[in-house]
Design a protein around this ligand. Structure first.
Ligand code: COA
Length: 258
């Protein structure tokens, strides 16, 4: 179905594997187009409860935007490319269904930006994160300057952006870029385990958590007001009635996403 992605659904978890291992899964135009199609599927397919994004092969999650497509771009074309990347990653960040990055190697440039646009990240021990764009006479264009500051804090982000330095998985955990570090063999299994837990919760409430937490970083939104609104909305859901009844009846809740 896709030229550059492998996809599968198992127990409500949709796994998207970026599949250009000979180019370290670099994000070319086709990958971005296909990622958008896969995100349409995530939004429209009721079988999908949550998503893992990972890279093919043992070496890279994604080693960046495809540098071979940069040659000859003028300013307007370069801006359009950055806009396309930012729009795609904003769709990931604002997805109502949880999307987690399983980082299996280099996550550089656009790869680090892709991972940072996911709701959170799990890394294999061999993962390496960085924004090496200044090596190319560039800065990150797919949201990296903003999300790296949000996740790692301004001082560390400034250092990584300006030095083009890389951090390994353990340092990435220390600075807040990733939640867990696992062996490469356990990466997908442990990410799936986290998503199994999330998938057992009330989907509309999970979506409201994503929307409201994202509002912290959106100056056009009042997150506290949004929280009140979303809290109110939950009271008209079947799942809220089911969740509170199940607690009082000392049984496991059976959520329907309604
Ligand atoms: N865009 C296009 N092609 C890329 C790429 C990218 N971002 N990253 C890697 N590749 C390609 C290489 O050109 C090479 O292709 P080839 O075999 O046809 O020559 C292949 O992937 C393997 O990469 P290689 O550099 O040989 O692997 P390595 O183990 O020596 O080095 C990296 C790994 C990640 C350190 C190195 O590939 C690298 O620095 N990549 C670019 C990272 C970057 O600057 N990203 C930001 C882009 S804005």
């Amino acid at each position: 179905m896709f030229q550059t992605l492998l996809t599968s659904i198992e127990n409500g978890i949709y796994t998207i594997t970026i599949n250009r291992p000979d180019k370290l899964n670099a994000l070319n135009k086709i990958v971005l187009d296909e990622l958008n199609k896969a995100l349409d599927e995530v939004r429209d397919n009721n079988e999908i409860r949550s998503v893992i994004i990972t890279g093919a092969g043992p070496k890279a999650f994604v080693a960046g935007a495809d540098i071979s497509e940069f040659g000859g771009l003028n300013k307007a074309e370069a801006m359009a490319l950055a806009q396309r990347g930012q729009d795609t990653f904003a769709r990931i960040e604002n997805s109502a269904k949880p999307i987690v990055a399983a980082v299996n190697g280099f996550a550089l440039g656009g790869g680090c930006e892709l991972a940072m646009s996911c709701h959170f990240r799990v890394a294999a021990e061999n993962a390496k994160f960085g924004q090496p764009e200044v090596n190319l006479g560039l800065l990150p264009g797919y949201g990296g300057t903003q999300r790296l500051v949000q996740l790692a804090g301004k001082g560390k982000a400034m250092e990584l952006l300006m030095t083009a330095g890389m951090v390994d998985a353990n340092e990435a955990k220390q600075i807040g870029l990733v939640n867990y570090v696992t062996t490469a063999e356990n990466l997908l299994a442990s990410t799936k385990k986290l998503l199994d837990t999330i998938n057992s919760k009330a989907p509309l409430a999970v979506a409201a958590c994503i929307k409201t937490a994202n509002a912290v970083f959106d100056e056009t939104k009042d997150g506290y007001a949004m929280e009140i609104e979303e809290f109110g909305n939950c009271f008209s859901t079947e799942d809220m009635k089911e969740g509170t009844s199940a607690f009082l009846e000392k049984r496991k809740a059976n959520f329907k996403g309604k």
